[in-house]
Ligand binder design. Sequence first.
Ligand SMILES: NC(=O)c1ccc[n+]([C@@H]2O[C@H](COP(=O)([O-])OP(=O)(O)OC[C@H]3O[C@@H](n4cnc5c(N)ncnc54)[C@H](OP(=O)(O)O)[C@@H]3O)[C@@H](O)[C@H]2O)c1
Length: 290
Amino acid sequence: MKDDMQGKVVMVTGATSGIGRVTALELARLGATVVLVGRSQARAETTAQEIRRATGNPVDVLLADLSSLTQVCRLADDFKRRYDRLDVLVNNAGAYFTTRQESAEGYEMTLALNHLSPFLLTHRLLDVLQASAPARIVAVSSDAHRQVRIDFGDLQGRKGYRGFRAYSRSKLMNVLFTYELARRLTGTGVTANALHPGFVASNFGRNNGDLAGVGMAVISRLFAISPEKGARTAIYLASSPEVEGVSGRYFVKNRAVRSSAASYDQAAARTLWEASEALVGLREPVLVGD
Ligand SMILES: NC(=O)c1ccc[n+]([C@@H]2O[C@H](COP(=O)([O-])OP(=O)(O)OC[C@H]3O[C@@H](n4cnc5c(N)ncnc54)[C@H](OP(=O)(O)O)[C@@H]3O)[C@@H](O)[C@H]2O)c1
């Protein structure tokens, strides 16, 4: 079966580089109208132009610094002003921060960008996704999630921040959120799946200053796969008829595999959902973590 995306509208976050850029390009090649989300107008326009030239397909650009919840809400509003359907949402943007930083609204940056942002964006776009069903939500997580559990007493990493632990926890949050979302969306025709892309040579980790950036570049050159290979599972989950109706699964190399034991903890998934709702302002504050 051919993965035909003609007439479908797809939003890809973090589409200006690495896995997101290739995902956007290949989905456009399959015929989709791609809405590319970036934080830099110059990088986003350049990427959109490249994809338009390579595919002849319409590519739209929406701008948002996704670490800001205000900008996430504005992004969803901007999208809905221009489109009345959304067939696939690829929550791909993410980063790793070696030192503790805070977002515009004062949230620890890894939590804000890697978890609260896709959590809120997905909520804000759920109505249009449901109206477009069958529709798909794809989360670019990581096998890094396997190393950790969530510390609900310290969601903001105030008690001794460690960059890779914070990153790994945010990727576990992606899986917990995806599974809980899939449970809540049962029967709606909207599916939610998460994936590990592999170790990919991209700009990942380059935001951490010269030394960390150079280290990452060297390790990448030695061991990492190309963004083209790294994007394959995201493209598969966004477009393949083989996964029509499949939901609440974790994929590596186009195959559903088991994620960590901690990721199947339904109580933790519900607690994370409620804590996230409180943090992004979708409900009254609850007494978990901070
Ligand atoms: N690379 C790997 O080995 C690997 C492994 C497992 C999982 N992943 C996951 O794959 C996803 C994509 O990473 P990548 O490897 O493709 O890295 P990348 O090349 O650094 O791409 C990250 C994308 O996210 C965007 N982004 C970062 N911060 C943002 C912000 N505040 N607001 C809006 N956009 C922002 C970047 O935009 P700019 O161009 O403006 O920086 C870029 O488009 C991430 O979620 C990462 O956790 C990567």
